[in-house]
Design a protein around this ligand. Structure first.
Ligand SMILES: C[S@@+](CC[C@H](N)C(=O)[O-])C[C@H]1O[C@@H](n2cnc3c(N)ncnc32)[C@H](O)[C@@H]1O
Length: 253
């Protein structure tokens, strides 16, 4: 089963927290009803239902334990080439590209320093996940900073970055977009995925406080104008659960 195939390293409150809460609230509700505290029992039953819904959303809709679904078939329509994944972490976004574009290779770049909710963030787990997908021969892992990428200009045919650039400050977002334009070939595509605090996220994670310059509440306009200032042309913008995405093309020559 795919839910158990990978280890993306998200700390247990993200993946198991809702299930544990559902079991606890259910037991509490049953106990309260038994001693005839019906109102308190009903409240706990409602919380148990919310927690069960949260478990389904986090694991099956937002898919914290699954590779990300490619949001647009327009990305790398040629289906081959060298693709950069900036802020690759434990591999959900790298596996998205490796699975959807079986003739492409991926260079996964991550600073692997801070935790970002991924326990023991490191290259070994990323490579193990690629092995579990049968795609490790097409993956290269590099340790480095996306604000000053260790690559020559015009190295990549395409690039993705998922839920990583939205951790950065405004100045660092600008640096990273400029770096992305530098290392992509002219005409190369960049697929940016950021958190979207939509109804799925607000229901499952009502206490989720996002970080970074954009604070998780940035309007799509702010992302778009940042990308355009760095020399990208907009091809497509859209959403999938918990996600806002932008597909752009490198217009710099
Ligand atoms: C929430 S994780 C997302 C990982 C993966 N893209 C995914 O969707 O599962 C964010 C990742 O960004 C990485 N990161 C944060 N700042 C970075 C930087 N300046 N350079 C490279 N990676 C960075 C973190 O180490 C972390 O692995």
């Amino acid at each position: 089963m795919d839910l158990l195939r990978y280890d993306f390293g998200y700390e247990w409150p993200w993946t198991w927290g809702h299930m544990i809460a559902a079991v606890c609230f259910t037991a509490l509700a049953a106990g309260l009803v038994r001693v005839r505290w019906r109102r308190a029992g009903a409240l706990c039953a409602a919380l148990a239902l919310w927690a069960a819904a949260g478990a389904v959303i986090v694991n099956l809709v937002l898919g914290f334990s699954l590779p990300i679904r490619l949001p647009t078939e327009r990305f790398l329509a040629s289906v081959e080439g060298r693709v950069l994944d900036a802020g690759a972490g434990s591999g959900r976004s790298a596996l998205m590209v490796l699975a959807a574009r079986p003739r492409a290779t991926v260079t996964a770049l991550d600073i692997f320093g801070a935790e970002y909710g991924i326990g023991g963030n490191g290259p070994e787990r990323l490579m193990a996940n690629a092995r579990a997908a049968g795609a490790d021969p097409r993956l290269e892992v590099r340790v480095g900073d996306m604000r000053a990428m260790p690559f020559e200009p015009r190295t990549f045919d395409g690039a993705v970055s998922a839920f990583a650039i939205d951790h950065l400050s405004r100045a660092d977002v600008e640096k990273t977009f400029a770096e992305m334009a530098r290392v992509l070939k002219p005409g190369g595509q960049f697929l940016l995925l950021v958190i979207n605090q939509d109804a799925w996220v607000r229901t499952a994670l009502p206490f989720f406080v996002h970080h970074g310059y954009f604070g998780g509440r940035a309007s799509p306009d702010r992302w778009r104008s940042g990308l355009e200032r760095a020399g990208f042309t907009m091809l497509e913008q859209g959403t999938q659960p918990g996600t806002l995405y932008f597909l752009v093309e490198n217009a710099t020559r």
